[in-house]
Structure formats: structure tokens, C-alpha cells
Design a binder for this molecule. Structure first.
Ligand SMILES: [Zn+2]
Length: 151
């Protein structure tokens, strides 16, 4: 679960891809972000991974912003945010995933599952559908790197 290794591998893959097929700046920035995110995503199943902290921090931040923009009394907003903080922290601590085994995200079905799920989300959000390839590449590179590290 060395996120730095996966990050370096993502950059190497990214530069190889843009050398082979030059992309527009906007597209290549989106591709890089998706590649890095998906190459770190499998370690969401590790209780101390950077990606787990980052995802839960973003989720809590978005929930907090959602509460703040509501037309509620200040005390209600503060109470709601405190409850959301407790629930987010509880979910963070008790995510039903294991770093290895059948409850792990380190299984080859998940790059394909996440790619399928994100292709629907990208279609709904009107995001260039070809960007889902970078989910497959990023997630796949993580699984390959972890497998190579074992030997
Ligand atoms: Zn891993």
C-alpha cells in the first residue's frame, strides 16, 4: 500500500500515453486526474490509506457545504454538521472492506466494475466517455504493481 509508488507509475503511464497519442491540454489534465485517482482507489480497502482519508474528507466537506447553504437556524446547522462528522468518521472507521481476500478491492473484477459504473456516471454528467479508459488503466496498473511487488 505504497501510494507514492502508484503515483509515480501513474505519471510514467501518463507520459507514455501522451507521447504515443498527443492529447489536448484540457483532455490530458482530466485524464491525469482520473488516472491518479483510479490508481490510488484500490487502497480504499486499507484502513490507513491516503485515498480513504481523502475520499471521506471530501465527502464530509461536501455534506458540510450542503448543510451550510440550507436555510436553517445556526444551531441546527452546527448540530447537523457535528452529527455528520460523527457519522462520516464512523463510516471511515468501519468500512466493510479488507486489504486482502474476498472483501478486498484488489480483485480483477473491480477495474471493470468501476469502469462500467463510471461510464454511466460520465454519460449522465456529459463527460467525454473515452476518459473511462484511464480508470481501467489506473486501476489495472495498481493491481499489476501490487502483484509485481509480491515477487
Ligand atoms: Zn494496493
Amino acid at each position: 500500500m505504497d501510494w507514492k509508488l502508484h503515483l509515480i507509475l501513474s505519471f510514467i503511464l501518463y507520459f507514455a500515453i501522451i507521447l504515443i497519442s498527443p492529447l489536448s491540454l484540457a483532455y490530458s489534465v482530466q485524464a491525469l486526474i482520473i488516472l491518479i485517482f483510479s490508481s490510488l482507489l484500490p487502497d480504499l480497502d486499507h484502513p490507513k490509506s491516503l485515498i480513504r482519508i481523502a475520499i471521506f474528507a471530501v465527502v464530509f466537506y461536501l455534506l458540510m457545504v450542503f448543510v451550510i447553504i440550507q436555510d436553517l437556524a445556526l444551531e441546527v446547522k452546527i448540530l447537523t454538521i457535528v452529527i455528520l462528522l460523527i457519522l462520516t468518521y464512523y463510516s471511515y472507521k468501519h468500512l466493510p472492506l479488507k486489504h486482502r481476500g474476498k472483501h478486498s478491492l484488489h480483485l480483477w473484477r473491480y477495474p471493470f466494475l468501476f469502469t462500467a459504473v463510471f461510464s454511466v456516471l460520465f454519460a449522465i454528467a456529459n463527460i467525454n466517455i473515452s476518459l473511462i479508459l484511464f480508470i481501467l488503466i489506473g486501476y489495472g496498473s495498481h493491481l499489476f504493481a501490487d502483484r509485481i511487488k509480491k515477487f
